[in-house]
Design a protein around this ligand. Structure first.
Ligand code: FE2
Ligand code: FE2
Length: 269
């Protein structure tokens, strides 16, 4: 894979334009390593694609077209769960490099530093899940996946505070709510390795929500907006789902997002 990127936006777009999932994760990690050795200029010359390149499979469906998962802890459910999380991680790689390429130029350098760290984590998460899928006689692309995450990204392509409110502060925070039960499910079926992988991801994701809420508060301060009410306004306008309790308040608090941010939205729903 070529690595002759001249600046951070070229490198970020290289991740977005990589089609094969494992290659995308590899390029993401290479870009992060290069950024950390300061061999990439903090310069923005490229426009990111509306949609990142993706492999032919999985088929991307609207969320309401997704096959319903039956309750219970059988092998095919566990495989579907690992596949769903792998798909989220692949989207998360693209989302991290998209936010850099799209919005990094107008933000302090620390913004790019933070999202490079997130993108590197997401690439590592994808690789970990890919290896768990293999252990379960499967692979990424084996099952259909939903396109809701990229839809949210396109809805907020020109509005950074809305992107931060919807992607890290609603969608990634939702991941914190559902992870502990998922980890328990793998533990109880004797798949301690998958449980460990999901635990690692969970710990890292608290940091990602923290990055999102920190930069959201930075913008609120800069524009003299009250962070909680601004967050609620943006979520109501740009997020087309519901905020579903129960919330993992412990993890959300650690990520700098107290209940005063999201509880009023859940009540309205
Ligand atoms: Fe992740
Ligand atoms: Fe994340």
């Amino acid at each position: 894979m070529a690595q002759d990127w001249k600046n951070i936006s070229e490198a970020a777009c290289a991740v977005l334009n990589t089609e094969k999932a494992t290659d995308k994760a590899t390029v993401a990690r290479q870009v992060a390593a290069k950024w950390r050795t300061e061999t990439l200029a903090f310069k923005f010359t490229e426009t990111p694609p509306t949609r990142p390149a993706r492999p032919n499979r999985p088929d991307l469906l609207a969320p309401n077209e997704m096959p319903r998962r039956r309750k219970g802890g059988n092998e095919s459910n566990r495989r579907a769960l690992l596949h769903a999380v792998a798909h989220i991680e692949l989207n998360a790689i693209d989302l991290a490099f998209d936010i850099i390429a799209r919005f990094g130029a107008k933000m302090p350098r620390g913004f790019t530093d933070d999202w490079i760290g997130v993108g590197d984590d997401e690439a590592r998460h994808f690789m970990l899940l890919n290896s768990r899928l293999k252990a379960h006689q499967s692979y990424y692309g084996d099952l259909p996946a939903h396109d809701g995450l990229w839809q949210s990204s396109m809805d907020t392509a020109t509005n950074l505070p809305a992107r931060l409110a919807v992607v890290p502060m609603v969608l990634e925070a939702r991941g914190l709510d559902v992870s502990p039960a998922m980890i328990e499910q793998f533990k109880s079926t004797g798949d301690a390795t998958s449980a460990d992988v999901l635990q690692t991801i969970y710990n890292d994701e608290i940091g990602h929500v923290a990055v999102g809420s920190r930069w959201f508060k930075f913008l609120a301060g800069k524009l003299n907006r009250e962070a909680e009410s601004w967050f609620q306004e943006l979520v109501s306008k740009y997020f087309h789902g519901q905020l579903k309790p129960p919330f993992n308040t412990h993890a959300r608090n650690r990520a700098g997002m107290p209940a005063s941010f999201y509880e009023p939205l859940a009540k309205k729903a």
